[in-house]
Design a protein around this ligand. Structure first.
Ligand code: GRF
Length: 201
């Protein structure tokens, strides 16, 4: 039986697309069971629909408070029986109920080499600092902001002529490769989290 992924998105979903493309090949050993978003009508949801993958929308505004949204998001995901939940450009912080249910099985891709440049503007902050190398990080989500144990990183050069968009696009190329490679290995071969250290055979 292939392993099951739920992917959470908020935007264009180009990193989701890399996973959809990879899972189209049965030898990858993983299926995208569902794609969820915190907003309706985003391109990420349309990519899932085009691939024939079930989608769901779970908006904070449709719930009494953030805690109710957190429970609903966890319920939506759990309904698809995922082995791993991937945040691929999902612009919300999951709450305690979600983390309790998916702790250790929820990963996020961040467009910087953590612990440098956490938060919403990794590429912009890297440019402003003037670093020559930045990159992306796949980590196991914990209760902090971009603080969880690191599963994988890829380095990306900053060019003199870069602006935020060109740098972010180059980082996203690396993110797509990293996600396909590392999420696939985590699911096919398993992984261990010991303190801050993630080991993938
Ligand atoms: C990625 O850089 C991801 O790390 C960040 O948002 C971007 C998502 O891009 N959180 P896309 O929506 O997959 O194109």
């Amino acid at each position: 039986m292939p392993a099951r992924l739920v992917v959470l998105v908020s935007g264009t979903g180009s990193t989701l697309q890399a996973l959809l493309d990879a899972t189209a090949d049965p030898s990858y050993g993983v299926v995208v069971a569902a794609v969820g978003a915190d907003r309706a009508g985003c391109e990420g949801l349309r990519r899932a629909e085009r691939a024939g993958v079930p989608t769901f929308v779970c908006r904070v505004a449709d719930h009494d408070d953030r805690a109710a949204w957190d429970r609903a998001l966890a319920d939506h995901c759990a309904g698809f029986g995922p082995d791993l939940v991937v945040s691929a450009g999902f612009m919300k912080l999951a709450g305690p109920v979600f983390l309790d249910r998916f702790g250790g099985r929820f990963v996020n891709s961040h467009p910087a080499l953590l612990p440098a440049f956490p938060g919403m503007h990794g590429p912009r902050d890297a440019l402003a600092y003037g670093v020559k190398v930045t990159g992306c990080t796949l980590f196991i989500v914990d209760a902090g902001i971009d603080t969880g144990p690191v599963a994988a990183q890829r380095a990306v050069e900053v060019h003199d002529e870069d602006d935020e968009q060109s740098l972010h696009e180059r980082i996203k190329l690396a993110e797509r490769g990293m996600l396909v490679d590392v999420v696939g290995r985590m699911l096919r071969e398993g992984y261990r989290v010991t303190g801050r250290k993630v080991t993938i055979p």
